[in-house]
Ligand binder design. Structure first.
Ligand SMILES: [Zn+2]
Length: 345
């Protein structure tokens, strides 16, 4: 049975792939008129990468087989793959979108989730300060499956990155850049990896103060940040065992300490250390290993520090570092960071 039910709505992937025509999808995005017909194919500039730099016929859609290919950026696949890349969606989200747009006789609203539940999920997935979101129990889909695409054409020269004190080397190390399309449109994106180094999502930071109604950080709708310790995959395993791990709240704390040559730093993406994150942390530092807490100086940060100390006591050696005059790690000068954390290098 091809239909799958998860999280409330039915979507039939095979039906979507077979019945939604590429011409419809291209028409929807206003791309159809820009392509030329050549036998069974529609050819032209690729809408998935910076087309002007490449061959103008790099992109082709085989309308008979309902698939596409771009020999310049290497993207290829069916309508679902195309929509995933074009809109930065997960396959299930893309399938639902296509079903709603083009197969509208499908029963769609009948078994929608209750609005309250959806609002709760939205809040959990978009607010870094929100309590830990829930990780699906075993038997449900894999938590944060690796992405099958990467965001392209990110602007790594965006002034916001410079304003936050990041140099090009740090920006390149973490793959940061401004995104101008899809779910993360108008945001600085931060690639997120699981502990094995697989790309599992992107966080989108609004550059500056977000307008009303826009969250400061946005995460993909099905992404569980509770299952990830940001930057853990870049930390050398023996270094984590020898020197321990420095735990900060947010991404920019990691970037900043990395710049100050601390390569054993990870971020919670909030103020809670979830059971999944605790497991990752303990596995990384080893039995009787060392964890250095460097959370923000504000009230949530201090409360979180007390909570996490209690959580970890008896499992690892925990050291709490006072930020002194600074209110968050980002405010430390390189010299101050090196002095405060000299025991963790
Ligand atoms: Zn392309």
């Amino acid at each position: 049975m091809p239909a799958k039910k998860r999280g409330g709505r039915w979507v039939d992937f095979r039906q979507v792939k077979e019945q939604v025509r590429f011409e419809q999808v291209l028409q929807y995005y206003g791309l159809l008129d820009g392509l030329r017909r050549k036998g069974e194919e529609l050819v032209g500039y690729c809408p998935l990468h910076d087309e002007r730099r490449y061959n103008k016929d790099a992109f082709s859609v085989n309308t008979a087989r309902n698939i596409f290919h771009c020999f310049a950026c290497g993207a290829s696949g069916n309508v679902l793959d195309f929509v995933c890349q074009r809109e930065n969606l997960e396959p299930r989200e893309a399938a639902l979108a296509l079903q709603d747009r083009f197969l509208s006789d499908q029963p769609e609203a009948a078994n929608e989730k209750r609005p309250r539940q959806r609002a709760k999920e939205r809040e959990a997935s978009q607010t870094p300060e929100a309590p830990a979101d829930r990780v699906p129990a075993s038997g449900e889909a894999t938590v944060n499956p690796p992405l099958t695409f990467e965001l392209k054409n990110l602007d790594s020269k965006h002034p916001y990155l410079n304003d936050r004190g990041l140099d090009q080397k740090t920006i390149a190390t973490f793959g940061l850049g401004y995104c101008n399309r899809g779910l993360m449109q108008g945001r600085i994106v931060i690639p997120l990896h699981n502990e094995r180094g697989e790309l599992v999502g992107y966080a989108g930071r609004w550059p500056g103060e977000p307008p009303e109604g826009e969250p400061k950080y946005k995460f993909p709708p099905k992404f569980h940040k509770s299952a990830v310790l940001f930057n853990l995959h870049r930390v050398d395993a023996s270094e984590a065992e020898d020197k321990g791990l420095i735990l900060v709240e947010g991404f920019f704390g990691v970037f900043h300490l990395w710049k100050a040559q601390f390569y054993n730093v990870v971020a919670l993406m909030g103020t809670a250390l979830t059971p999944e994150q605790e497991g990752l942390l303990l596995a990384a530092v080893g039995e009787r290993g060392k964890v250095v807490l460097l959370l923000d100086k504000d009230e949530p940060g201090q409360e979180a520090t007390a909570r996490i100390v209690e959580q970890l006591v008896g499992k690892v050696y925990v050291r709490v570092v006072d930020l002194g005059e600074a209110s968050e790690p980002e405010e430390l000068s390189v010299k101050q960071a090196q002095e405060l954390l000299c025991f963790a290098r």
